[in-house]
Write a protein that binds this ligand. Sequence first.
Ligand SMILES: Cc1ncc(COP(=O)(O)O)c(C=O)c1O
Length: 409
Amino acid sequence: MDARDPLARVRERFYFPKTKDGEDCIYLCGHSLGLQPKTARSYVDQELEEWARLGVEGHFHAKHPWMPYHRLLTEQTAALVGAQPSEVVVMNSLTVNLHLIFVLFYRPTTERHKILIEGGAFPSDQYAVQSQIRFHGFDPAQSLIELTPRDGESCMRDEDIETLIDRQGNSIALILLGGVNYVTGQAFDMPAITKAGHRKGCVVGLDLAHGAGNIPLHLHDCGPDFAAWCSYKYLNGGPGCVAGCFVHERHARAWEIPRFAGWWGHDEKNRFQMEPEFRPMVGAEGWQLSNPSIMALAPLRASMEIFSETGIDRLRAKSISLTGYMEFLLREMDSSRFTIVTPVECTRRGAQLSIRLKHQGRNLCNRLADEGVMGDWREPDTFRVAAVPLYNSYQDVYRFAQRFAVALQ
Ligand SMILES: Cc1ncc(COP(=O)(O)O)c(C=O)c1O
């Protein structure tokens, strides 16, 4: 399969962490932190050199002037998430973006004040929505609805989510779902849930931390009001990299609703007139606050160029095959020791498989790490692994499965 894989050589464009013996690790942790593209350093170096050479003039006279530097990422980001360029911007970090967007999109009233999230959503999302509810004078005990799977099941059924929205939608102000759940790896039926939410007059937003760069997205057509994602997982932008944000075109000129403002969201033609009155830019860029970190954007450019060359559809085809292969190998093992909680259908998952271990899972995870197999552990019992099509091979998956089987024993 590796010999026939048209994307096999893309792997050579990334650095792999090494084992004690100097071998490449079997890196299955791209759902947590993506690998460094080998070109990332030169992109950063270039900006450091421009800064040394030009000082403040770099804003306008660097090879890639810093003033509009974030726009170097706009087309590629839009293509990756299926959006129009004016609907996306790279700025801040994920949780910051969620809060900023909530200012516009979470405007609770006594009749409609609830937020719907998935049970066990990533803690930062839970804290964000709880704090937003409190900030508006409501109580999470009454205003937060958490989706839970049916008894005995690990993943939510899309039809149950829709039923809940149909029943309770009139009191729900905002639905925030992870496009792909961080623990189980379940991908939700985003178009259906978005439609169900909109039918009931709810705002629909997506946390795509585990979706962007993992599964093809069609945000414009799917139609959520907003989405936000980080760039350090499947997007390989580096630790703490600048995040992405989508605001649907229908809100591009939402001037009438108050938003938190900063100068980088101000009409760029007049930004340096230093006018006292804020006039936001049209589209997602109007939500920017500050000038972005160029040094953090530079490595993301290196990665996004690789995405542009490979194309998310080709990556997805390989991803389905790689993850399917991993699942096949795991299912050949002693299944009394673990269960795979990620859905079986490839339409309901991305690259990640979540393996729930019955005993001593943490030890197993540590042992594998000692042997150079890098997945990660989520308390209380889940070992997460993702075969990332940009840089993982079928051989990685095979070698992982062999070591996993031995460690199980
Ligand atoms: C689903 C999800 N949401 C939010 C976050 C928080 O991201 P940040 O620290 O970039 O705000 C993470 C981080 O891993 C995540 O996985």
